[in-house]
Write a protein that binds this ligand. Sequence first.
Ligand SMILES: Cc1ncc(COP(=O)(O)O)c(C=O)c1O
Length: 370
Amino acid sequence: MSDDINTLANDSIQEIPAYTPGHSIEAMKKATGRHSFTKLASNENPFGCSLSKDELSQCFNDCNVYPDINTHPLIESLAQKHQLSTDQLILGNGSDEIFQSLALAFLNTNDTVLSAEHTFSVYQSATMLRGATYTPITMKNYGYDYQAICQAITDQTKLIFIANPNNPTGSYLRYDELSKFLSQVPNHVIVVLDEAYKDYVETDPLDSNLNLLQSYPNLIITRTFSKIYGLAGLRIGYGMADKALIQLLNKVRLPFNTNTVALNAAHLALETKSDFVRHSQVMNQTGYALYKDAATSWPVHCLASKGNFICLVMTHHSAEEAFNHCLNHGFIIRKLTSFGLPNAIRITIGKPNQNEGVIACLNQFFGSKS
Ligand SMILES: Cc1ncc(COP(=O)(O)O)c(C=O)c1O
């Protein structure tokens, strides 16, 4: 019966590969019989949620009524934080939803979408949902090759997705590179700058990319509360762009796409949790330095990462082997096979004891002294 149902799905959906999430703790407990695991596979905040249980419980007020998304104070707070007008913002059920809305709003079946070879898979699935063509461009040193992307633009190109920092390689395009890139992109192409990990980037305290919005009405920048604010389970992200672009996205979003609890929680976190954010940044840097140091004695290429994760491209081992070894020691990491990197793993930078645990485990795996 399920085969018959599959034949009923529209042609584009049949081609979409299923999303491969990081393995969950519950699934791994079931699969292995082991009682506890530390999950460092989905780039979540290891310090938990930025809000306490009491604070979270306040966010449940008014759950009997539909959320008033357009006038929720979160919009005003975000506008102030980023020095934009409120009509330059759109909220999403995670930034994932905004990628899908962009595909719905802009793509026809004969359009093409460009991105990088090893990047976040939602760009591809959103493209395929509309029956458009997804063209991943070969990367340069595991980073976005913006010149190659420019050269690949044709009259059919409609969207370009750039994850900055990139997941899973951690690469980062600087302001000057982005600026040069945007100046070469024709007006008929929308550029999506996915800044899910931006809060971890130390080199740009002025948040300069936002300035680009003034010059480029074909640019949208997306951010999320899932990472540094530790609200991944509530699903809330946002997009910033010229108001004409936001108006189009508002046409395709469901009327109540974000929920009251998530809106209230994001607002409270944004207004009151700068210490939590700072702590997460500092601990991330310390953890990153620890991994970088340890990796010098491993047979790996440890990619420079601006995100909250480390990406190791191994020279003698497969992702499967490393994943299984870590799993046997109670750590769930991410094998990057589904990202087209069968010899690479991605590890979310954790709390100090978690980082030390994974490093000891990998020292053993790679046969180095700990
Ligand atoms: C590059 C990138 N963009 C977006 C997201 C999704 O963010 P959200 O939770 O806001 O949907 C992720 C999640 O891991 C990601 O890695």
